[in-house]
Write a protein that binds this ligand. Structure first.
Ligand SMILES: [Zn+2]
Length: 255
């Protein structure tokens, strides 16, 4: 379980990023809460506040029987996400990528704020709304068109064949995506940053257990990872912590 902030200072973290490079960031709901997206499972979560029943909304069999509840949720969710900006920490990871210090981002989030921040190497293990597919003919639909359809059609249907469209979000009863690529990235990582995830949603929660590099967990509250050598736990606000890390890294020329 997480301990105190003394484990890892922003300066130590900046040193690890600079010296080790090949950063892999595993991100969860906590990185997006500052952007205005409620934690799905937290006390302010959409599931709780808007009476959405996750079991029904994200169940693939329920969706195939009646996609209405999912699209009702999506209408609200997309309207919210469209207006949001990535957080400082999202942009910090983009900057690390541009500096060749980051291998990839592995995210559990479906809000695609990493893509919006400009990150290129993003593995969305729970999928996201960035692309959708027609379940009948396989036609791919981009985000803009999906948003248009979600606004104008109760149940978005394929323009080519009239089939049902499903965003590439991973539903209960579906396999997660990109797990082997994610595991490979963690295997090659020089530093694993776990950001805003309590590491309770499997299988991505198991990734840090296989890391051979230092693991730095920055999360509010308890984390489902045992203490161990080369594991550091920070219970802090992500944007504040990485604001300091970024400032320290900026002190050194061409970091
Ligand atoms: Zn189609």
């Amino acid at each position: 379980m997480g301990t105190t902030m003394n484990d890892m200072t922003p300066r130590f973290c900046a040193d690890l990023i600079r010296e080790n490079g090949r950063v892999v960031a595993l991100t969860g709901a906590g990185i997006s809460t500052a952007a205005g997206i409620p934690d799905f499972r937290g006390p302010q979560g959409l599931y709780v506040t808007r009476q959405y029943d996750a079991e029904k909304v994200f169940d693939i069999n329920a969706f195939l029987r009646d996609p209405g509840p999912f699209y009702e949720f999506s209408r609200d969710f997309l309207a919210k996400v469209e207006s949001l900006e990535p957080t400082f920490t999202h942009r910090f990871l983009t900057e690390l990528e541009e500096l060749d210090l980051l291998l990839c981002v592995v995210t559990q989030n479906i809000d695609f704020l990493h893509q919006k921040a400009g990150s290129k190497g993003v593995l969305s293990v729970h999928g996201d709304y960035w692309t959708s597919h027609c379940l009948a003919c396989g036609l791919e639909i981009g985000f803009e068109l999906l948003c248009l359809k979600v606004r104008s059609e109760a149940i978005p249907l394929c323009d080519a064949c009239g089939g049902l469209i499903k965003p590439d979000v991973v539903f209960f009863g579906e396999a997660v995506k990109s797990m082997s690529e994610a595991a490979e990235a963690v295997n090659e990582a020089g530093l694993l940053l776990v950001l805003g995830s309590s590491l309770t949603v499997y299988p991505s929660a198991s990734l840090p257990q296989h890391a051979r590099c230092p693991v730095v967990v920055v999360n509010r509250g308890d984390v489902g990872l045992e203490q161990g050598p080369n594991r550091y736990f920070v219970d802090a606000d992500l944007d504040e912590f990485f604001g300091e890390v970024s400032e320290i890294m900026g002190e050194v020329e061409d970091f």
